[in-house]
Design a protein around this ligand. Sequence first.
Ligand SMILES: [Fe+2]
Length: 189
Amino acid sequence: MSELYPAEVIIDPTTGAVSPATGRYAKYLSELSGIFSNSDAWSRAIQDENDPLVYEVIECKQEGSDLFFGTTTMQPGKIGEEFYMTRGHFHEDRTKGEVYCTLSGQGLLLLEDRQGCCSTVEMRKGSIAFIPPDWAHRSINCGPIPLVFTWVCSVAAGHDYGQILQRGMRKLIVEREGEIEVVTNPKFD
Ligand SMILES: [Fe+2]
């Protein structure tokens, strides 16, 4: 194992920039096939908006550490009545939880356990969300500006996207008549 040293890492709360960063990836709308319930609106938005960026993840990982952290920056937007969201995942290691700390913007963290119990946690500047082990989690930008949050996770947690990509989550976060609503996914009715 390499030797680990204390470090200061600077995070820009409005852009999500991480310095120094060790990795990053971006998700464009065309890469989020099947997660929005209105697939016609999804195809149309890829065409009309020239495949917009939905979110970007930047990480800082020290080789040999048990923990790593980073930011996720989610653009504002909607597909049909659903807000932009992340793919959502369980952790491969079912014993590992995670912590999200919102730096700017406003959104909802949608959670669901293996038995189908659902929960939401508000995401707003200064809020910290605790994600217990073995709860699927997806973040949703419900506001007009980028939603930026820091996450801290075990490097051993891993991602299990399969179940959420195949079945979706039981709740959808939508805007109806200007109100943010948590509604049941018709696939689970
Ligand atoms: Fe996670």
